[in-house]
Design a protein around this ligand. Structure first.
Ligand SMILES: *Cc1c(COP(=O)(O)O)cnc(C)c1O
Length: 403
């Protein structure tokens, strides 16, 4: 059996999006900046896609800037907010310990340039408290950046409450919503969001295309200089076929969201129940406040890398966390932020499913993970120490359902 369970890393394109995109590749090749008919026809298609995306987010078309994806949007959002703050002498930023590296590395770069960043704790459940954000805001705070849903453990943050706290304090609020858009209902107005990043390939759209939403009145600084495309905020001829594919994928995801959520949540619950049947297994992050499809477990006494390779041999594509950290020997910064010790954080597994998965695949994953975990434990010196009491177990043998 082949099971793709790494939808938090990327998704397969939807057939509808492929069709619209290939159609645009063939027919909409004009440069939308050209004044002639071919160019203006492309401009119409571009603006129609912008309207379509704005409508799904509850935004105005002029608040939508096309970028190359989530990473670029995160960079531009943060650097723009910081530039606006610096003009007023504000050099402090509030964020969390478990952001995506596109956010964290940008913040680290700013720290080297003299900015100060407060990295909030995300507690054991993987959720930052809005009160903690409120307490961290200072008179010189230029920006709060907190992700909508975490890419490794799937926990959803109280974005609307955090946004309200920021509004009250007069601080700009950015959210990396790459794991949330297309999967959770989002309305930038109701959710008090000033800046939002999204990426098409996380909701069955093409790779290399994304959006930075900036509320009207929030001035973006450009990362790429050149022509006056995107209202002068992002130079370079627009990738219209990819933009068309993204708009189609987003509209489709929004239309099917309710049905998909019901189906995927039911499969996820079955997956959680099944994996909790493995001794000394632990579900990372809040039990229920999570995106429909992402689960992340730690299994004591094993290495996540070996687990992944053996699962791959059984036809299962999974991850130990974010695609960006796999291959490195450091344990995930997200799991460490939850307070897990290094040796436990090493034994992690992320399974991210969506509506294209099936119940039979969930059964197969549960069976396969059980087999592989017990196989690896038979060969693990750490597990032997745990069994004969030389080392203490970190988790209870079985987690209670209520938790
Ligand atoms: C995938 C991801 C990104 C990066 O998006 P790209 O389009 O691949 O650059 C940023 N943030 C989160 C939370 C992600 O999951």
């Amino acid at each position: 059996m082949f099971v793709y369970a790494d939808h938090a890393a990327t998704t397969e394109m939807s057939p509808v999006a492929i069709e619209k995109m290939t159609d645009a590749l063939k027919t909409v090749w004009g440069n939308p900046s050209s004044l002639h008919t071919v160019g203006q026809e492309a401009k119409v298609v571009l603006e129609k896609a912008r309207e379509e995306i704005a409508a799904v987010l509850g935004a105005e078309p002029r608040e939508i800037t096309f970028t190359s994806g989530g990473s670029e949007s995160d960079n531009q959002a943060i650097l723009s907010a910081v530039a606006l703050g610096a003009a007023k002498g504000k050099k402090h930023i509030v964020s969390t310990k478990f952001e995506h590296h596109a956010v964290l590395h940008t913040l680290q770069k700013l720290e080297k340039q003299g900015y100060e960043v407060t990295y909030l704790d995300v507690h054991q459940n993987g959720i930052v408290a809005a009160e903690d954000v409120a307490a961290a805001i200072r008179p010189d705070t230029a920006l709060v950046t907190v992700m909508f849903a975490n890419n490794e453990i799937g926990t959803i943050q109280p974005v609307r409450e955090i946004g309200a706290v920021c509004r009250q304090a007069g601080v700009l609020f950015h959210t990396d919503a790459v794991q949330a858009v297309g999967h959770l209902p989002i309305n930038v107005r109701d959710d008090n969001i000033d800046l939002l990043s999204l990426s098409a390939h996380k909701f069955h759209g093409p790779k290399g295309i994304g959006v930075l939403y900036a509320r009207r009145g929030v001035r973006l600084s450009s990362l790429i200089e050149g022509g006056a495309q995107e209202r002068g905020k992002r130079a370079g001829t627009e990738n219209i076929p990819a933009i068309v594919g993204m708009a189609a994928a987003l509209t489709e995801a929004a239309e099917n969201m309710e049905a998909n959520t019901a189906k995927v949540t039911a499969m996820r619950e079955k997956l959680i129940r099944g994996l909790r049947g493995i001794p000394y297994a632990h579900l990372n992050g809040d039990r229920t406040r999570r995106v429909p499809g992402t689960v992340n477990f730690c299994f004591e006494g094993i290495e996540g890398e070996s687990l992944l390779l053996l699962l791959d041999a059984k036809g299962i594509s999974a991850s130990s966390g974010s695609a960006c950290t796999s291959g490195s020997l450091d344990p995930s910064h997200v799991l460490l932020a939850l307070g897990l010790p290094h040796e436990v954080a090493h034994g992690s597994l992320r399974l991210s499913i969506d509506e294209t998965n099936t119940d039979a695949e969930v059964d197969y994953m549960i069976r396969s993970v059980e087999e592989v975990v017990s196989y690896l434990r038979r060969m693990s010196p750490v597990w032997e120490d745990l069994e004969n009491g030389k080392r203490k177990h970190f988790f209870a043998e079985y987690e209670s359902e209520e938790k």
